[in-house]
Design a protein around this ligand. Structure first.
Ligand code: HEM
Length: 487
């Protein structure tokens, strides 16, 4: 019996084991998927991910972000999902934050849980030891030094030097067509060089300028390090820049002449103990970092100021009257522009404030959760990017009525707390804000009483390079005031 039964039974048992063998991985895979779905949707109530759509696998919502204007991409999702929503862009799961209170938590009160994050290619170009990329003791040491270089007490002495730059290049605009963005970049770059190295130029300065320009050409390129690519050329320039900067640093160390500017401050931070000195590469990365942070930002805002003043003639005339009042006192007293003069420009300052709000050239910033974080009733997993959306907050009608209107008078009363962050907030906020505003005031002081400008071409619009700026960099035909500046 056993023998007669055993073959079919044995056959059945072997088929059975085959089926089981095939089914088990399938069942396990299904269980795994169910578990993922369960974890995603059935977290305990306090471990809910923020609402929002993660889009397609891998690409997420990146294509939609590029297809739509970035501002409407964020605006539409905020309207649909609220002030905190999730998405998936550029290969990363992200949480977008567009309420002032939640942005403050990320940037200020729980900033230790959200570290700054940049693509590796950008870190390589700027230099990995620049303060932007760090948290904790190293960051606060550097931040104190950088802040010390750009305090009002430190920059007030640079006013006449900055004025000289303006007076050198303004006459070259007369009766020509300029590209406003390019001219403003030139101006902001020269100011950044003085801030970095001091007023006295070293032999190496020209070389540094040249190499920096080669570096910046590749900054927004594809990070493809192959011979001939813009990225490769930029990395080569970065290496040479490092060597030139090291020579300058060594020269200043050996001559015991720290010199001026941020470089002087960084070299001076020794406590007389060699061990405590900043290394050459720490100094070089931070010098490049500050030049990088200082010049495209300021140039983009200045370009917008020219655009808004061009579009609002009455405002331009009112700013001109304010500046002419100051100019006549200066001429009477036969002296140069002073820090105190720049504190007596309320309308011009409000035009700058309103431009910073309307243009919001840093639309958002990137942070990354360093651990799983409970956040405003939601769960943000470790490694997710968190983006406070400055622009959305600056364009919210609850805080800035009729947000699309350019209206400097709204700053006659201070904005509500945490609703106005053109220079960021918290530990990583901008140490260069006073210098940036000073540069703008000095330029407007000399520009508005003497010159007028007309846009060339009729096309309004925005381009990104990388900051939002008027289309084509705002070509302008410039002429003397009271004479026609025909396009
Ligand atoms: C209008 C011009 C400027 C704007 C709108 C601007 C805006 C900002 C913003 C929003 C941040 C914070 C970024 C974040 O939290 O991730 C920042 C950081 C920074 N800015 Fe500016 N900035 C301007 C000009 C300058 C200038 C002139 C300098 C240098 C003198 C400068 C140096 C820096 C540095 C070094 C940081 C990094 C600070 C840190 O990580 O602790 N910026 N800037």
């Amino acid at each position: 019996m056993q023998l007669s039964l055993s073959p079919p039974f044995a056959f059945a048992s072997s088929r059975y084991s085959q089926v089981v063998f095939l089914m088990v991985p399938g069942v396990l895979f299904c269980c795994f998927l169910l578990l993922l779905v369960f974890l995603q949707w059935h977290r305990p109530k306090d471990k809910r991910l923020p609402p929002g759509s993660m889009g397609w696998p891998y690409i997420g919502e990146t294509l939609k972000l590029y297809a739509e204007n970035p501002n409407s991409f964020f605006f539409n999702r905020q309207k649909r999902f609220g002030d905190i929503f999730k998405t998936h862009i550029l290969g990363c799961p992200c949480v977008m934050i567009s309420s002032p209170e939640a942005a403050r938590i990320v940037l200020v009160t729980r900033a230790h849980l959200f570290k700054p994050t940049y693509p590796t290619s950008k870190e390589k170009m700027i230099g990995p030891e620049a303060l932007f990329f760090h948290q904790g003791a190293y960051h606060s040491r550097l931040k104190k030094l950088v802040q010390a270089s750009f305090l009002p007490s430190a920059i007030r002495g640079s006013i006449s030097e900055i004025e000289q730059i303006v007076l050198r290049f303004l006459p070259s605009w007369k009766n020509t067509t300029i590209n406003a963005l390019q001219e403003m970049k030139r101006y902001a770059f020269d100011v950044a060089m003085i801030s970095a190295f001091g007023e006295k130029q070293d032999l190496e300065t020209e070389g540094i300028k040249h190499l920096y320009h080669s570096l910046e050409k590749g900054y927004n390129s594809m990070p493809l390090d192959l011979p001939g690519t813009p990225f490769h050329k930029a990395m080569k320039a970065r290496k040479l820049l490092n060597e030139t900067l090291r020579k300058l640093i060594q020269k200043r160390r050996q001559s015991r002449r720290q010199g001026g500017g941020l470089l002087g401050v960084l070299l001076g931070d020794t406590d007389n103990e060699k061990l405590n000195q900043l290394s050459d590469s720490q100094i070089a990365d931070n010098i490049i970092g500050v030049i990088f942070a200082a010049h495209d930002t300021t140039a983009s805002v200045l370009t917008w100021i020219l655009k808004y003043l061009h579009d609002n003639e009455d405002l331009l005339e009112a700013v001109t009257r304010e500046q002419e009042g100051i100019r006549s006192k200066i001429v009477e007293a036969n002296r140069g522009l002073t820090w105190d003069d720049t504190r007596r420009m309320p309308l011009t300052s409000r035009v700058i404030q309103e431009t910073l709000r309307t243009a919001s050239i840093l639309s958002f910033t990137f942070r990354e959760a360093v651990e799983d974080v409970e956040f405003e009733g939601y769960f943000i997993p470790k490694g997710w990017k968190v983006l406070p959306l400055f622009r959305s907050i600056h364009h919210c009608a609850d805080f800035f009525p009729q947000p699309e209107r350019f209206d400097p008078s709204r700053f006659e009363v201070p904005p509500k707390p945490n609703t106005y962050m053109p220079f960021g907030n918290g530990v990583h906020s901008c140490p260069g804000s006073e210098l940036a505003k000073l540069e703008m005031l000095i330029l407007l002081h000399h520009l508005t009483p003497t010159y007028r400008w007309q846009t060339v071409g009729v096309e309004d619009g925005i381009q990104y390079g990388p900051f939002p700026v008027p289309k084509w960099g705002l070509p302008l035909r410039v002429g003397r005031k009271n004479k026609s500046a025909t396009p």
